[in-house]
Design a protein around this ligand. Structure first.
Ligand code: SIN
Length: 529
């Protein structure tokens, strides 16, 4: 059957490695689950396809939300998350996120995460759709890098935890709906290896790279979602893609995130005529939910015929701004822009996928022994539109719950054994196509047809592009780049299919031909091969 695996292999002829727990991904969810597993006494291996710092987490600017401020409460955080999620949040999951989230953030502080302080108190900023200042940040706008640093430090303390860099997970090995391990391509040797495990945790992050314009690094190719789907797992809510309103737009420069925290600290948006426009779109103005700000920007761009609007920080204290946002300051300066003096040209770009591999509140997927957490997972905790700075929190809270479940299973001596069985794929043929031009075309197709403003006609165009690529399934991937392209095609097609099905507008999914939110669509789309 074409489309089950990306390469030909016979597990009986490949080097084997065995562990108890396998965490796939080097971002917050992978590092955290590896650390917690090691602490619990499990043998754990963490696989990452590039280097351990080449992740979306490492670039996260804004921060991590937690209801720990004096005038704040998990109840308020709950209400904000539910409101931003546009009717599709799983209420129980959100309750867990906001209550257990405070302990997880405290845990980070306890292990030495250097969050920023104002005097004696933790500094907290505001971001879109939050009713309180509750976003902790580190080194101004380098929160993700600080969290990665402390988690990595913890993982490295344990002899029972091993990190494998340059290990590209090609496919999940699943027999009779039980995950037994993974097939891995070791980039450093050019060899394949099988990693058998009692439990596999997918923590591969996002899929922003299916779009031309994205804040995501090149690693964000939706691998976890694609391989889980190929293996028969249920995938949910993938039509909901969040477009971050403010990414730097300069000719020849890759899109760079200008954190929402910049607006949280008082920056305003102006169109090319210099008019501040957000107050006329929403009562929360620049701090309205992300989907609303992104669409308002697109509407202003359409009105003025320009390819961007402008972030204006010129009325704010220059020294304070440069100190508060050192990464953004440095990056903009590289392109000749002083954020305190110049208007910053910005436009929306793909940032985060709310959907992913469907899990329950303990990270269990529809495949036994396969778990998922972080951006590649979906338990509807973000609904149709994620509240800013809830994603790092999500990785910690639901990563923790997976390891707690595994600990419980171990105590009960239940369900934890390595199952080694033979897996073979031999029907794929040598590729006869140029994957890099297909990748370029895919990104343009996704941007033009499956972006923030969708119509049935545009989605049809996208789906017919994917139909034309179906024949590629018979080819064996020759290297990890081709594997990524196959994964991106899989995920792009899933997004387009779900977006076509959902004939309404809600959160991150907006249909110009169905602009209303309708009650009968207050439900999830679950896709399964
Ligand atoms: C940002 O800094 O604006 C991104 C934060 C997030 O995506 O939650």
């Amino acid at each position: 059957m074409y489309g089950r695996y990306l390469v030909n292999f016979d597990s009986s002829e490949i080097e084997h490695v065995e562990t108890e727990i396998l965490s796939i991904g080097g971002g917050i969810a992978g590092l955290y689950t590896a650390w917690q597993s090691a602490r619990a006494g499990f043998d754990v291996m963490l696989l990452t396809k590039r280097t351990i710092s080449d992740t979306n987490t490492d670039r996260a600017q804004g921060g991590i939300a937690a209801a720990i401020g004096e005038s704040d409460s998990p109840e308020l955080h709950y209400k904000d998350t539910i409101a931003a999620g546009a009717g599709l949040c799983d209420e129980a999951a959100v309750r867990i996120l906001v209550t257990e989230g405070t302990d997880r953030v405290q845990e980070l502080i306890d292990i030495g995460a250097n969050f920023d302080y104002y005097g004696e108190k933790l500094a907290m900023t505001k971001e879109g759709a939050h009713s309180k200042r509750r976003i902790l940040h580190a080194h101004g706008d380098a929160t993700g890098a600080e969290i990665s640093r402390v988690l990595l430090e913890q993982v490295k303390m344990f002899d029972n935890a091993t990190i494998f860099e340059q290990h590209f997970v090609v496919d999940l090995l699943v027999k009779e709906n039980e995950c037994c391990g993974v097939l891995v391509f070791d980039e450093s040797t050019g060899n394949y290896r099988i990693f058998w495990a009692k439990a596999v945790i997918l923590a591969t992050g996002g899929a922003g790279r299916v779009y031309n314009y994205t804040t995501n690094p090149t690693v964000a190719t939706g691998d976890g979602i694609a391989m889980a789907y190929r293996a028969g797992a249920e995938v949910m809510d993938v039509e909901f893609v969040q477009f971050h309103p403010t990414t730097l737009v300069l000719p020849g420069v890759p899109r760079f995130l200008i954190s929402e925290a910049v607006r949280g600290e008082g920056a305003v948006l102006r169109n090319s005529r210099g008019e501040r426009f957000m107050p006329s779109y929403h009562g929360m103005a620049e701090l309205a939910p992300r989907d609303i700000v992104a669409r308002a920007i697109l509407s202003e761009m359409a009105k003025t015929g320009e390819n961007c609007v402008y972030l204006d920080l010129t009325h704010l204290n220059a020294d304070r701004i440069r100190e508060r946002f050192p990464t953004i300051t440095k990056t903009c300066l590289k392109y000749g822009l002083d954020i305190a003096k110049d208007l910053i040209p910005v436009a929306p770009a793909a940032h985060y996928i709310m959907g992913g591999v469907k899990t329950n509140i303990d990270g269990e997927t529809s495949i036994k022994h396969l778990y998922a957490c972080g951006e590649n997972a979906c338990l509807a905790v973000h609904g149709a539109n994620r509240l800013a700075s809830n994603s790092l929190l999500d990785g910690l809270v639901f990563g923790k719950r997976i390891v707690e479940l595994l600990k419980k299973q171990k105590r009960l001596k239940k369900e934890l054994e390595v199952k080694k069985t033979r897996f073979v794929c031999e029907e794929l043929v040598d590729a006869a196509c140029d994957f890099s031009s297909i990748e370029s075309e895919l990104k343009v197709v996704m941007n033009e047809n499956v972006g923030p403003l969708r119509t049935s006609q545009r989605l049809m165009q996208a789906l017919s592009f994917f139909d034309r690529q179906e024949c590629l399934r018979k080819y064996k991937a020759r290297n990890s780049k081709e594997m990524e392209v196959q994964n991106m095609l899989e995920v792009g097609r899933l997004i387009a299919e779900a977006a076509m099905m959902r004939t309404e507008s809600r959160g991150g999914h907006f249909r110009l031909d169905f602009p209303e939110t309708v009650l009968r669509w207050k439900k999830h789309i679950i896709l399964r091969k």
